[in-house]
Design a protein around this ligand. Structure first.
Ligand code: PCD
Ligand code: CU1
Length: 783
């Protein structure tokens, strides 16, 4: 049962979500709900070819079509110096193609008309004369000398975008030379897409009289978008007002700036009226930024008793036509170097080659703090390969190799400093709750009967919460975050934060933090995010960073308010400030608990009766740059049964034990875990975006790119251990991404475990029934 929103001391309690009465009654206000007078509609014309030279674009028929007000091409944008724009990774991307296209569905022209239907009809009339060029789909081929160079706009004549390394090569090699056991496995993380329910979209409204651009956009990072728009367009930043209304899911998809946004803004500037652009589902999947697509090879050097010694990883990363990776500037392969996971390796060496191909740009951090999902999946998969090779129980192998709780803060061999954790406790709780021993017995019995039952374990560690600002920036913008709290005379509060939630429940959880610190109830605190004219500057919501950064800012900002409140309380209680104590709900006089004033009394006095010399009013702001990241972790266990006839995998049980430090709202954390597990399940069993040899996208819709329904989705069991972050103001770590990061390996490990009697050591995701069926058939299990 959810806790009432009027109760005091709400931190750690399952308070009902304040945003839900609005959202579940269909009263959310999303970008497509915005209707402005004289608003026009924009439709993007896209390339049918994955690689082609553009000889000519003829827009005359489109311009003559009913309702059409404007057609934009790359040439038009080039005159305004807007044909290209910067990507988050410091590459550049075409807004509208000028001389050639580099992926199927690339933006080629934009049509603006009175209605959306008119814009779409006219888009069909635009004639583009393409000269097809040879297509590069395979990133390994892209690196060979025979492959055509795709980006002729770049100085470097190569499809290699970057080569990046972490760890100690020599020490790692030395350990490998001597190691008694070495296992090696190729692992692919398929190309997937965040695919939020609400696709991307915007309304650009340029007011010529006030020279002000109001830009409504479904954005995870409105402030960063405003800065990028100012830099790209040359409009002064204070004349750009970005509003991110309710967001229907983000999942990393709404961090980048997309060509449609720039086109809508240019159209509004040219026409002086509002212009709306809303993507279709196909446009979303086939042109906005993808995720993953990592081809990884991992090797572990170990002793015969299972103690791991060193890790070596080589990866080819397919970034598509433009490097749009949403990674902090200093990390071209994101935080992939966290790949040594929860285990105490002596040494590690990691290499990543980023490569251009004729595919859409990316990759974004889809429920993943910058390539952490790929890393966690790889290490959890390869640990199982090692267990199988050594004929050891995978739980036992993990227990033997965990970083021990007394080793924190722990420096990993690639340089990360893990803040805290108790991995053994978390795994033991999971083993006990699922009754692991009993399950293994049952498995042995079933195996004896020729049945295929599997148990998969994943004990992942994540790194979330970017900043700190000294290491983390995007396009130079330091990744701190902010909160601003204003207490009104009646003790009601408005708090604005620099992040922007997309369904995570910030209106509730951040109200819980502030209410807890100020002795108020959640009902008393209104949280507002997403409006750049009112909210303090922040980097946005992704990378499970809101709680580690803005959550920290909210607590510290509230404490700043309390400091001033204490002065006012002393004045009201007619004692010295040192005699005032705060008990969590009221200020009282030391030793005289009967004499007290609440935050509400103090708030009123702040506007009516302040001590002499003190500034009236009660508000504060705080920009919080965390000293380190937070390292949430978990132990996940999947139990599966395989149907021998069809190869279908049934997830019988799934238990997720998470440790995200201090929990603000256990009900919301459970919801976060349920959602992320559902995504992880989809990635493991049903999602991939394949391309044919001509670069045609083979899954540009929800018929081919599958999204699980409630019927497909297993029942989730959750539990928790709590190891607070030692540096976060309330001890909280992020959690939003954990289930997506940790679960794919548990599913795959379970399926491989089920098939291990056949000698199977690895299956690449997605594990479609036909893949399993082919294995069963190859081994004569089924016909
Ligand atoms: N310890 C703790 C932690 C946390 N929490 C809670 O939970 C949530 C979450 O958080 P975080 O972890 O901090 O995170 P954020 O930042 O807020 O968010 C973000 C994430 O989130 C997730 N989840 C979700 N949900 C929803 N509903 N929707 C969405 O969209 C989404 N997305 C996803 C993603 S993808 Mo990326 O962007 O890719 O990077 S990242 C991400 C919030 O409310 C909070 O406060 C609590 O309570 N406690
Ligand atoms: Cu990732």
């Amino acid at each position: 049962m959810a806790l009432r929103q009027t109760e005091l001391r709400p931190l750690g309690k399952p308070v009902g979500r304040k945003e839900d009465p609005r959202l579940i009654r269909g009263k959310g206000r999303y970008v497509d709900d915005i209707m402005l007078p004289n608003m026009l509609h924009l439709c993007v014309v896209r390339s049918p070819y994955a690689h082609a030279r553009i000889r000519r674009i003829d827009a005359s028929a489109a311009l003559a079509a009913p309702g059409v007000k404007l057609v934009l091409t790359g040439e038009d944008l080039a005159k305004m110096n807007l044909a290209w724009m910067p990507t988050l990774a410091g590459d550049r991307q075409m807004v509208l193609a000028t001389d050639k296209v580099l992926f199927q569905y690339q933006e080629v022209a934009a049509v603006v008309a009175e209605t959306r239907a008119q814009a779409e009809d006219a888009a069909q009339l635009i004639e583009v004369d393409y000269e097809p060029l040879p297509v590069v789909v395979d990133p390994f081929y892209a690196l060979t000398p025979e492959a055509p160079i795709l980006r002729d706009d770049k100085e470097k004549k190569s499809n290699l975008i970057f080569h990046w390394e972490a760890g100690d090569r020599e020490e790692t090699e030395a350990i490998f030379r001597e190691a008694p056991v070495v296992v090696k496995q190729d692992v692919r993380f398929p190309r997937v897409h965040p695919s939020p329910l609400e696709p991307c979209g915007c309304v650009a409204d340029y007011d010529t009289a006030r020279s002000k651009l109001t830009f409504y956009v479904t954005s995870q990072a409105p402030h960063a978008h405003r800065t990028v728009l100012a830099l790209v367009s040359g409009l002064p930043e204070h004349q750009i007002h970005v509003i991110s209304p309710d967001v229907g899911g983000g999942f990393g998809n709404k961090v980048p700036v997309y060509p449609g946004y720039v086109c809508a803004i240019v159209a509004s500037l040219k026409l002086g009226v509002p212009v709306k652009w809303i993507e279709t589902r196909t446009e979303n999947i086939a042109s906005t930024h993808f995720a993953r697509d990592y081809h990884m090879t991992a090797e572990i050097a170990a002793r015969e008793d299972g103690k791991v010694l060193a890790l070596r990883v080589k990866t080819v990363a397919d970034h598509g036509a433009f490097d749009g990776a949403a990674d902090p500037s200093k990390f071209p392969a994101g935080l992939f170097s966290i790949v040594s996971g929860s285990y105490d390796f002596k040494a590690a060496f990691v290499e990543v080659d980023g490569v251009h191909t004729n595919k859409p740009p990316g990759g974004v951090a889809y429920r993943c703090s910058f390539r952490v999902t790929e890393a966690a999946y790889l290490i959890e998969r390869v640990m199982d390969v090692l267990a199988q090779r050594l004929k050891m129980d995978p739980a036992e192998l993990r227990l033997r190799n965990f970083i021990r709780k007394e080793q924190f803060p722990y420096r990993s061999p690639t340089g990360w400093v893990y803040d805290s954790g108790d991995y053994e406790k978390t795994l033991r709780l999971a083993l006990e709750r699922i009754d692991y021993e009993e399950l293994r017995k049952e498995q042995a019995e079933r195996r004896a009967r020729g049945e295929f039952m599997g148990i998969g374990i994943s004990t992942f560690t994540e790194v979330v919460g970017a900043g700190p600002g000294h290491t983390f920036d995007i396009l130079g913008l330091k990744m701190f975050d902010s909160a601003q709290i204003r207490v009104h005379p009646t003790g009601k509060v408005i708090a604005r934060l620099g992040v922007r939630h997309q369904g995570q429940g910030h209106e509730t959880t951040f109200a819980q933090i502030i209410a807890e610190e100020l002795g108020l109830s959640v009902d008393d605190v209104l949280i507002e995010e997403g409006d750049t004219d009112t909210a303090p500057y922040g980097l946005g919501t992704y990378a499970s960073r809101s709680t580690p950064t803005a959550g920290g800012a909210a607590a510290l900002c509230a404490r700043r308010i309390r400091q001033k409140a204490r002065k006012i309380a002393a004045h009201l209680l007619e004692v010295g400030e040192d005699d005032v104590v705060w008990d969590g709900t009221a200020f009282s006089v030391q030793g005289l608990p009967g004499r007290s004033v609440t935050m509400k009394d103090v708030a009123f006095a702040a506007y009516t009766n302040v001590p002499e010399g003190l500034e009236p009013g009660l508000e504060a702001s705080y920009y919080y740059d965390p000293p380190n990241l937070t390292f949430p972790n978990g132990a996940y266990i999947a139990v599966v049964d395989i149907d021998k006839g069809t190869g279908a995998v049934k997830v019988r049980r799934f238990l997720a034990v998470d440790d995200c430090g201090t929990v603000i709202n256990p009900m919301i954390v459970d919801g976060q875990v349920h959602g992320g597990l559902t995504e992880g399940f989809a990635i493991a069993f049903m999602q991939d975006i394949p391309y044919d040899a001509d670069g045609n996208c083979l899954a540009p819709n929800w018929m081919d790119y599958l999204v699980p329904t409630s019927l497909d989705t297993p029942h989730w069991e959750t539990d928790r251990t709590v190891t607070p972050s030692p540096h976060h103001p309330i001890g909280a770590k992020g959690v939003g991404e954990s289930p997506n990061v940790g679960s794919p390996a548990a599913f795959v490990n379970a399926v491989v475990d089920a098939l291990s009697p056949l000698g199977v050591e690895h299956i690449d995701m997605p594990i479609y029934p036909w893949k399993v069926w082919s294995i069963l058939r190859a081994h004569g299990v089924t016909e």
